[in-house]
Ligand binder design. Structure first.
Ligand code: PLP
Length: 428
């Protein structure tokens, strides 16, 4: 498999953009080597600039649940484009998308459209602080909420829950207002509330984590999240940027049985174009300007192309209900990959939530960042490259989830399992 043209494209890009990319995960830093430059994509396949084809399991990191270049989504984008690409004035389509989301996720009584998941979580945090009049927020190690300063915070020394900057440029002052706790640890959450309860504006959490690999929350943890926030007057924010419309037509919250106060969305609701959403109880959302006083704005928010792509994607999901079939494909893939790894005598734990999953090279159980981080990342890198050589594009990090789309077929899955077996045989 030649990747000469990707090599040249990367050399050029590195002169122009930091690390040659516009988002760091794309640079393959976690698996070593050089990224592949994409020429086009269709259905379940990516085609690189050297003409190689790959079965795609990243799906743009989540949005492409219908597969790439879906004809109805493309038609909707094209029709919208012909009527003008941005007005900076309200459109009926924005209400159509808002109504579809509100119907599908009942805890979202009102919402705002923004342009990315990062913008959604940033705005939700500001709103939570403005609404409660409190300053501190709680997040969990291994959860990712975009590159918001107050959420780019790592756990401090084990004795303290107060966070420290996770990136140069995040000030210690900002980090001090964020408490970083262990995921799936109801006792840790309770003691943080006991200590800081009257200062905590919100708890933000991925109800199912995709960003330390796929890790599902325990029922006890979810109950603690809801009860403790309610008891101490803090808002519960579910970051469903990844899980929204991934496992069912709606949020993971409807499967998990917990209603948050605020929810953030992105990825799938934009159908492959830039959309983020934050919303929740109307009483809270009415605090956003101009209904209320919490400032938040956007030149391209509710952009006609992005809104059209989102509406078209949600309509197809609603009307065709691909979820049962996606679950079947996911079960087939998870059991095939898990068997292959275990038969090769390697440690393996599959983290799975419907059509998103991670093959952890780890004996498990994987329930939080500490246990996830004990995975064999060197082995993961060899697995990644072996599969890529065989035409399968897996996430380029042990700590990212893979995604199935409605365009994947059973024969794609079986070919992937076969490629995994060959890869594992070549590793020993
Ligand atoms: C991707 C993601 C974000 C950030 O969204 P962007 O559109 O990349 O800014 C936030 N939260 C979660 C859970 C995500 O998976």
């Amino acid at each position: 498999m030649s990747r000469q043209r990707s090599h040249l494209a990367f050399a050029r890009a590195k002169q122009l953009m930091p690390g040659g990319v516009n988002s760091p995960a794309r640079a393959f830093g976690a698996v070593g080597g050089e990224p592949i430059f994409i020429d086009r994509a269709e259905g379940a396949y990516l085609y690189d600039v050297d003409g190689n084809r790959y079965v795609d399991y990243i799906g743009s990191w989540g949005p492409m649940i219908l597969g790439h270049a879906h004809p109805q989504v493309l038609a909707a984008i094209e029709a919208a484009a012909r009527r003008g690409t941005s007005f900076g004035a309200p459109t009926e389509a924005e209400s159509e998308l808002a109504e579809m989301i509100i119907r599908a996720i009942p805890s979202m009584e009102m919402l705002r459209l923004v342009n990315s998941g990062t913008e959604a979580t940033m705005s939700a945090i500001r709103l939570a602080r403005g609404f409660t009049g409190r300053e501190k927020i709680i997040k969990f190690a291994g959860n990712y909420h975009g590159h918001v300063d107050s959420l780019l915070v790592a756990a401090g020394s084990s004795a303290a829950t107060l966070g420290v900057p996770d990136s140069p440029g995040v000030t210690p002052g900002t980090a001090r207002d964020t408490l970083v706790l262990r995921y799936n640890d109801p006792q840790g959450l309770e003691s943080a509330f006991r200590q800081h309860g009257d200062k905590i504006a919100a708890v933000i959490v991925e109800p199912v984590v995709g960003n330390m690999g796929c890790v599902v929350s325990s029922p006890e943890f979810r109950t603690a999240l809801r009860e403790l926030t309610q008891h101490y007057g803090a808002l519960l924010i579910f970051d469903e940027v990844m899980t929204g419309f991934r496992a069912t037509y709606g949020g993971a919250q409807s499967i998990l049985g917990v209603q948050p106060d605020l929810t953030t969305l992105g990825k799938i609701v934009g159908g492959g174009l830039p959309v983020g959403v934050y919303g929740g109880r109307a009483e809270i959302m009415r605090h956003v300007l101009p209904a209320g006083k919490v400032f938040q704005a956007g030149t391209l928010s509710g952009n006609p192309l992005a809104t059209a792509a989102g509406i078209a994607t949600l309509k197809i999901l609603r009307d065709t209900n691909p979820y049962p079939r996606l679950d079947q494909l996911a079960t087939r893939l998870a059991s095939g990959l898990g068997d292959a790894v275990r038969r090769a005598g390697l440690p393996c734990t599959i983290g799975q939530f419907h059509s998103m999953m991670t093959v952890f090279f780890n004996p498990g159980p994987v329930t939080d960042w500490d246990s996830a981080s004990r995975s064999d990342t060197k082995l993961y890198a060899r697995w990644f490259w072996g599969l890529l050589e065989r035409g399968v594009y897996m996430p380029c990090s042990q700590f990212e989830a893979l995604f199935l789309s409605a365009a994947h077929t059973e024969s794609d899955i079986d070919a992937t399992i076969q490629a995994a077996r060959e890869t594992l045989a070549s590793l020993s």
